[in-house]
Design a binder for this molecule. Structure first.
Ligand code: SF4
Length: 392
């Protein structure tokens, strides 16, 4: 347990992030913690890098909406300060708190207070002797050895309440390190690609590493380390877990067709408008924006709600069933209205409210109109095949 949040042992995978304010700035840090929690962070890490930060933590912890983990590097005394401040968990970097007596002292204190520790191995700050042993290289084996050495110190004082991370900025390296770690420990694992960089590249790197491991059943809590507002880290983490079906949906999952020669609207623009209109609204639905009524309702038939364009009109569909026709300029507003209704009243209530027969008739009319204009072969595939046949 990190405070009241379970980690590991079959609990839902949790999303973490870290504040980038000075911890001594209590109000500024709390404001950011509230933004992170609002975006879906389950746990937030805060640096405890000097005595002023520790004083700040003492005021932040009781006012935080989520459990706080203190990030400790180099100075074991800051770990003891953070425990006095009442944090829910410590993160220790084995690469830079090296003296065994200091590590054991911190672990003993955590044992007494029932506070867990994350052993946060980082490829970039690996213990020098371990690195030397592996030819001055950061290898998966070296990272796992660093974590196990720390675990052994904890064992000596009977402390077992740990989670472990073996992060690296190289995706293949971190994947292999976590795989090897998962073979030798049952401790919950905290996943991350460290220093992943700014979005979108950073999001892709972090996703490549984290998603690969999650799909193998490895990992209990995740953090995206992006060079960006930490709220972006939380959004990315939530979206990954939702898209893998590992956490319940919180906001709208907007799907949209990629657009093609059949599109009757600027699909990119309408999808973007819909994304902005839904924003952070807590509507746990899948909503589709489709460029044409010829294929749209069928292709997005599993979506809770969707709209497809045709003949300057928007055809609203609910679970693939044509439900209403609206002017093209009202498409996005209509989607938001219906999404709100469905979230509150359910799909059946929505379908009971509409004239399905009329909407289907109108959709069929526009569909036939488009087919007459464009044919049922928008890319002229038949003519192309004929050409090929003639040549052969
Ligand atoms: S829904 Fe229509 S416009 Fe969008 S990709 Fe499919 S055929 Fe093309």
């Amino acid at each position: 347990m990190v405070g009241n949040v379970p980690v590991g042992g079959g609990a839902p995978i949790t999303v973490q992030s870290m504040t980038d304010t000075k911890t001594a700035d209590v109000e500024g840090t709390l404001k950011q913690i509230y933004s992170l929690a609002g975006a879906g962070a389950d746990i937030v890490r805060v640096t405890c890098n000097d005595p002023e930060a520790a004083v700040g933590l003492a005021q932040i912890v009781p006012r935080s909406p989520v459990p706080i983990v203190a990030d400790i590097h180099h100075q074991y005394k800051r770990a003891l300060d953070a425990l006095d401040a009442g944090v829910a968990c410590l993160r220790l970097n084995p690469g830079n708190i090296r003296k065994p007596e200091h590590i054991k002292l911190v672990a003993r204190e955590c044992l007494d207070r029932g506070v867990p520790i994350r052993i946060g191995v980082n490829g970039g700050s690996l213990d020098k002797d371990i690195r030397d042993k592996y030819g001055d290289k950061v290898t998966p084996e070296a990272m796992v050895e660093s974590a196990l050495r720390e675990l052994a110190y904890f064992d000596e004082v009977g402390f077992k309440d740990v989670k472990i991370s073996v992060k690296a900025s190289s995706v293949p390296l971190m994947i292999e390190a976590y795989r090897q770690l998962a073979e030798v420990t049952d401790a919950p694992l905290h996943l991350g690609v460290t220093e992943a960089g700014p979005p979108p590249g950073g999001i892709i790197k972090a996703t490549a590493g984290i998603a690969t491991l999650l799909a193998e059943g490895i990992g209990d809590t995740i953090r995206y380390s992006l060079t960006a507002d930490p709220v972006e880290e939380v959004k990315a983490g939530r979206q990954l877990l939702e898209s893998l079906g590992l956490r319940e949906r919180k906001n709208v999952d907007l799907i949209a067709c990629p657009s093609c020669g059949r599109a009757e609207i600027d699909v990119y623009a309408v999808a973007q408008q819909a994304l902005e209109a839904f924003g952070e609204l807590e509507l746990p639905l899948q909503v589709a924006v489709m460029g044409c009524v010829v294929n749209g309702p069928g292709e997005a038939g599993d979506a809770d709600l969707g709209i497809a364009a045709g003949n300057k009109r928007g055809h609203l569909f609910i679970k693939g069933v044509n439900a209403a026709v609206v002017p093209e300029e009202e498409m996005v507003d209509t989607l938001v209205e219906w999404a709100t209704f469905i979230a509150e009243e359910g799909i059946d209530a929505a379908l009971a409210k509409v004239d399905v027969e009329k909407a289907s008739r109108e959709a069929e009319k526009d569909r036939q109109l488009l087919l007459a204009e464009q044919g049922d072969d928008a890319n002229n595939a038949e003519a192309r095949v004929e050409l090929m046949k003639k040549r052969s």
